[in-house]
Design a protein around this ligand. Structure first.
Ligand SMILES: Cc1cc2nc3c(=O)[nH]c(=O)nc-3n(C[C@H](O)[C@H](O)[C@H](O)COP(=O)(O)O)c2cc1C
Length: 395
């Protein structure tokens, strides 16, 4: 069960009702900024997060995101007060996760809200992508809701405050698992130096570390998925982590794109099995634009996430599980918006899974919904621990 801090409830309720009225009168003309969640306000099953959603959705997407992260960083978020079902607890990369649901990278780029995000009921949070130096990212607008498709297109371009600011935000006592996702600055000629700098600075503060070579919005980044270049980065980062963390380096993961060729996949699987890689995150956003997209913003450039990404990212997950013979833990991400979607990722080979766009559309209620539905699906199939379902769809 989630609770809302009482002092903010009245304010949120008033703002939400106000905005829901504006939105309802304006809904047809502004469908991409005012989704269907508005209709839930005023219903008998209102909860505080439902009330806040219309306000957030009515805002321009990047402002809405900024406001959400800010509110969470101030401690204004729902709090899960009940323990997770023991069936969801799982051990991966030597870490104990209370449940397999994580917040994906990009939501909290500067590690401002990870405490509140964990308190909402996520089993882990991945912050970043972080670059050595702060950078502004691409010009706005650079974030678009595709409401009719339950999707988002972004071309943020690694806007972040840089590794020093992020290190300060990660310092202090830790309860819960925080992964740190690292990238390179746009202007850096030698990417290895940037990944190594981030690993040295942030490795000691990370429960796991992710080399992101798959965002489509930094020129040349995805070319780093080329096996020779990726091997060079992974080896250098692994050495940097070993030096920076003498008491034990965090597991090193690589996040890949859904647009890889089958040949790329074979090479990356081999590299992952032979090298210091502890796991893969599958996948980042896609540069493909399925014919099925209906929303007016579908022609924007950038990476597409949300429902249309579910099928291609799950296909890639399944392929990589087969290519790595189930020996390497995989994190499934892309288009999850229900417990059934999460279950499908697990059965395809994911030991853990993450959400981002589903959270944009459904809000914090999605956290308990996914965990509850997943627990029920496991029970229906007579499975008592989520880890027993990993890769179940493979012969
Ligand atoms: C606005 C936005 C920003 C993102 N920024 C990052 C990022 O900085 N680093 C990264 O590895 N992935 C980033 N992602 C990709 C997500 O982590 C995730 O892989 C992708 O959105 C697919 O999951 P979803 O369909 O649940 O959103 C971003 C996604 C969105 C929507």
């Amino acid at each position: 069960m989630t609770h809302w801090r009482g002092c903010n409830l009245q304010l949120i309720r008033e703002l939400s009702v106000f905005c829901s009225r504006i939105c309802e009168s304006d809904r047809d003309s502004r469908r991409d900024t005012c989704p269907a969640a508005v209709a839930r306000v005023g219903s008998a099953v209102m909860n505080p997060y439902d009330l806040a959603l219309p306000l957030i959705r009515w805002l321009e997407p990047e402002r809405a995101h900024r406001l959400t992260v800010r509110a969470l960083s101030l401690g204004l978020g729902p709090i899960q007060r009940t323990a997770d079902d023991p069936a969801l607890a799982t051990r991966v990369f030597g870490l104990d996760f209370p449940n397999p649901l994580g917040m994906a990278a990009g939501f909290d780029k500067n590690a401002e809200a990870w405490r509140a995000t964990l308190r909402m009921g996520f089993g882990f949070v991945e912050i970043g992508s972080v670059t050595p130096r702060p950078q502004a990212g691409n010009p706005r607008p650079r974030l678009f809701r595709l409401t009719d498709d339950e999707a988002v297109i972004n071309r943020m371009g690694f806007n972040n405050d840089g590794m020093e600011a992020v290190a300060a935000n990660l310092a202090g006592p830790r309860r819960g698992i925080v992964g740190v996702n690292i990238g390179k600055n746009k202007e850096t000629a030698d990417p290895v130096t940037d990944y190594v700098a981030c690993a040295r600075r942030l490795g000691p503060l990370a429960d796991y570390m992710v080399v992101n070579v798959s965002s489509p919005n930094t020129p040349g980044l995805r070319a780093l998925q080329d096996p020779a270049r990726l091997a060079e980065i992974v080896d250098a980062v692994s050495d940097a982590l070993a030096q920076a963390c003498p008491d034990g380096a965090p597991p090193l993961l690589v996040k890949i794109a859904p647009d890889l060729t089958p040949r790329d996949c074979e090479d990356i699987a081999r590299l992952a099995l032979e090298g210091p890689v502890a796991g893969l995150i599958i996948s980042n956003t896609t540069i493909e634009r399925p014919e099925s997209l209906k929303s007016p913003s579908r022609g924007e450039s950038g990476g597409l996430s949300g429902k249309p990404l579910f099928e291609p990212s799950t296909r890639l997950l399944s392929l990589m599980y087969g290519l790595t013979a189930g020996k390497l833990p995989l994190i499934g991400v892309g288009g999850i918006s229900s417990g059934r979607d999460a279950y499908e990722k697990i059965r395809a080979g994911a030991s853990l899974f993450q959400i981002y766009t589903g959270f944009v559309y459904q809000g914090a209620v999605l956290i308990n919904r996914i965990k509850g539905e997943l627990t029920a699906l496991l029970r229906e199939d007579g499975i008592d621990k989520v880890e027993s379902a990993v890769g179940a769809d493979h012969p």
